[in-house]
Design a binder for this molecule. Structure first.
Ligand code: AMP
Ligand code: MG
Length: 460
């Protein structure tokens, strides 16, 4: 399978984001009626700029928010040398070269209650996990690897290790080779050193990051303000939930999938409801959206014919390109900016079909919104798995089929499409656990062929 070449998109290096027409002019074989997915993605990416507005929030409220600055560690983590195990700490030079080592146990170091005082040659202390290592000691042996005695050999808990020295104080014996010098000691700063970057600007904060921030003593953290995204559905046939479903009408589901997808991205959402296919109503909705939001997402009304009146109106409000993409589902897509009183908002006009809305959102809007949020987004990981079904595929378009990934008896994973792949069949999205991505040039897939999938769910 050959990959579709991106060479037709040549943005000058180190350019700042540009206007839509400037970005389009960089695409050598630009054809708005047959635009490959990768070209549309590149044009969109080139036109997007991050917002710059920072707010400080308590670390719990920072979950899933975009970190606005590099976080520099103000301390060493761990702050002091400490034990990685419950056991006994001593200096490795106390280990005898041949035979068992016997060490006097002269005290205990607890986490939060350090042992005070020197520990000499031939001596050890009992030490708990996380407890400070007394200075000069470099090794910890876990308690299960020693024989410990309370000072009276007759009461040995390991009577089978002869000969036992007679001592009046508690002691341990360590079998030859039971521990290496320097073992089980966590060094100050081994996790993070004072002055090192703990978390990078642009990171979307996950549970582990909240813990890391807390471990450095931060109560608050600067994050990017939430991106404001306004959305509405267009279509005379749409009825909102709770309304009577007149004949020839459908319930508006797109506003709910969009709500869910935008919430998951951490956006502040402005739901502008259903707007009729009427230029005046649409213009009012677009102006209000542009005034209040950073980005506008609509569904429906961007396919040929449909869009004529919208196109004329948008030409006055901003700069919008209407594309027919080489993809399935989700062929029509409008992208550009809409102005209201001089305030531009990025605009995505998604198709109306419910699956097409989701696919276009995930593969065009998502990355752009993340970039606007200031997030350092990495490409979504694509996994190669074998196909458990024949999949018909025409070259010349990218297909996003809804897939069910299953683990076979031999432990390998395979994927099959959910069944009917119509762009209006929303149930195919609810049944699927992944998207099968069939690249632009891909032809029919045979059983056992490798295909690329993107998982819907992750661990975090
Ligand atoms: P359009 O892109 O406006 O031509 O719509 C394509 C198809 O998607 C039509 O069958 C519409 O009824 C349907 N559709 C459009 N918007 C929605 C929506 N918000 N919820 C459910 N279906 C929709
Ligand atoms: Mg419509």
């Amino acid at each position: 399978m050959t990959k579709y070449s991106n060479s037709a998109v040549q943005f000058p290096s180190s350019t700042s984001p540009s206007s839509l027409s400037a970005a389009i002019s960089c695409v050598s074989d630009y054809d708005s009626d047959a635009l490959p997915v990768s070209h549309a993605q590149a044009i969109i990416r080139h036109c997007i700029t991050p917002i710059h507005a920072i707010e400080k929030v308590a670390i719990r409220s920072a979950l899933d928010r975009v970190l606005a600055i590099d976080i520099i560690s103000p301390i060493n983590v761990p702050a002091y040398d400490n034990s990685a195990m419950d056991g006994y700490a001593f200096h490795s030079e106390s280990l005898v070269t041949e035979g068992d080592t016997t060490l006097d146990v002269i005290g205990t170091s607890h986490a939060g209650r350090a042992f005070e005082g020197p520990v000499g040659s031939g001596q050890a202390i009992r030490i708990m996990t996380g407890a400070p290592m007394p200075s000069g000691l470099d090794t910890v042996i876990p308690q299960e690897f020693v024989s410990a005695f309370d000072g009276n050999p007759a009461e040995s808990n390991s009577p089978n290790i002869p000969p036992l020295p007679t001592r009046s104080t508690p002691f341990i014996t360590i079998a030859s080779g039971a521990v290496k010098a320097g073992a089980n000691r966590r060094l100050a700063g081994e996790d993070l050193q004072t002055g090192a970057i703990a978390l990078k600007k642009g990171r979307i904060l996950r549970p582990a990051d909240l813990g890391l921030l807390a471990s450095l003593g931060f109560a608050e953290v600067p994050v990017q303000r939430r991106l404001r995204v306004a959305f509405f559905s267009t279509g005379d046939e749409l009825r909102s939930v709770g309304e009577v479903l007149d004949s020839g009408c459908v319930y508006d589901s797109n506003r709910y999938t969009l709500y869910g997808m935008l919430q998951r991205l951490g956006c502040e959402i402005i739901d502008l409801g259903v707007v009729a296919d009427d230029p005046v109503a649409l213009e009012i909705a677009f102006k209000s959206a542009a005034e209040n939001a950073d980005a506008i997402i609509t569904s429906g009304g961007v396919s040929v014919g449909d869009a004529d009146h919208t196109r004329r109106m948008m030409a006055q409000l901003g700069e919008v390109a209407f594309w027919k993409l080489g993809m399935r589902p989700g062929r029509p897509l409008a992208f550009g900016t809409i102005n209201s009183s001089g305030k531009p908002a990025v605009f995505f006009g998604l198709p109306g079909n419910p699956v097409a809305v989701m696919v276009s959102f995930y593969f065009f809007a998502r990355d752009a919104l993340l970039h606007m949020m200031g997030a350092q987004s990495a490409p979504l990981p694509l996994m190669q798995v074998s196909s458990a079904a024949i999949i018909r595929k025409k070259p010349g378009r990218t297909e996003y089929q809804r897939g069910i990934l299953v683990r076979q008896d031999n432990g390998a994973w395979s994927v099959r499409p959910t069944g009917a792949q119509g762009s209006g069949i929303l149930r195919s999205m609810t049944e699927a656990n992944c998207m099968i991505v069939l690249a632009h040039e891909q032809t029919d897939v045979a059983i056992g062929d490798q295909v690329e999938v993107i998982l819907f769910d992750g661990l975090i």
